[in-house]
Design a protein around this ligand. Structure first.
Ligand code: NAP
Length: 254
């Protein structure tokens, strides 16, 4: 799984194809969509019109509102049809609602049937993650949760590491909230490296081995967000960023 991907939440269907084509042309090879973003079809058509082979691009989508086993199998087929693809690289349960154990069981079977390459969850924090671990046959490959300097998820970071589950950060740039781009600690570190605050934040996550999927509709920002491999943060800078944790969601959601 690429460690840097491109998220398409809140990109309208009419903009998605152009954005994903831009993202692929500047070097992204992983796209994060979801059933409830209503842009799976546009993601699929962008991948096809990019000329990239299917196996060059890693596609994640997420199940929304599944009720049980049969419903989930149907829902996976619908995503495959919208994407117009034979398989999905990573399928996540979008949130721990409904009968998530039955939903996950259906995902395990779809994985065995070759429709999915990997399965995981999103927003499974603390009890729900532990509950699923007790009942699953295949450990979730990924847990995608809100992670940025103001919500650092130290407990889930350790717990996912112990289980062999990759922690993937949603809203790695805090979706611009809480004045992130003008935060004095982040600005001073950015100035010291001649980098932007966005690059410092993404590098901080990257150095913690957290997968990142920043979203931007601007091509120059897509490039900026990918350009984080030519510098590194010191232990002191990593610790300074650790002091920015507020320990709670900025979105009042999971
Ligand atoms: N599983 C879940 O429940 C869940 C929830 C939320 C998000 N996600 C996933 O995570 C992805 C990323 O999260 P997100 O879209 O909420 O927020 P984000 O990536 O943290 O931030 C996106 C915002 O930051 C701006 N931005 C991006 N790069 C920038 C830069 N270099 N400098 C200044 N501003 C910049 C974007 O504006 P412009 O577009 O105008 O450039 C946009 O307003 C989503 O697209 C989605 O795939 C998953």
């Amino acid at each position: 799984m690429p460690r840097i991907g491109y998220g398409v939440y809140q990109i309208s269907p009419s903009q998605t194809e152009r954005c994903v084509l831009d993202a692929l042309s500047v070097g992204y090879r992983s796209i994060d969509t979801a059933q409830c973003y209503y842009n799976e079809a546009e993601v699929g058509s962008a991948v096809r019109s990019s000329g990239k082979a299917r196996n060059e691009v890693f596609i994640t989508t997420k199940l929304w509102g599944g009720q049980g086993y049969a419903d989930t199998i149907r829902s996976i087929e619908q995503s495959l049809r919208r994407l117009d693809m034979d398989y999905i690289d990573l399928l996540l349960i979008h949130e721990p609602s409904g009968d998530y154990k039955e939903i996950y069981r259906a995902m395990e079977d779809a994985l065995t049937a070759g429709k999915l390459r990997a399965i995981g969850v999103a927003n499974f924090i603390d009890d729900t993650f532990e509950d699923l671990l007790k009942h699953c046959n295949i450990i979730p490959a990924v847990n995608q949760i809100e992670t940025h300097p103001f919500r650092q998820q130290d407990y889930m970071y350790r717990r996912c590491g112990e289980c062999g589950t990759v922690l993937e950060a949603w809203s790695p740039l805090a979706c611009g909230k809480n004045g992130i781009f003008n935060n004095p600690v982040l600005v001073s570190i950015a100035e010291a490296h001649g980098k932007s605050v966005a690059q410092v934040v993404l590098r901080w996550l990257y150095q913690r081995n957290i997968v990142i999927i920043p979203k931007s509709t601007h091509r120059e920002r897509m490039i900026e967000n990918l350009s984080i491999l030519d510098f590194s943060l010191t232990d002191g800078e990593m610790s300074l960023i650790a002091t920015q944790d507020k320990g709670k969601s900025l979105f009042n959601w999971w």
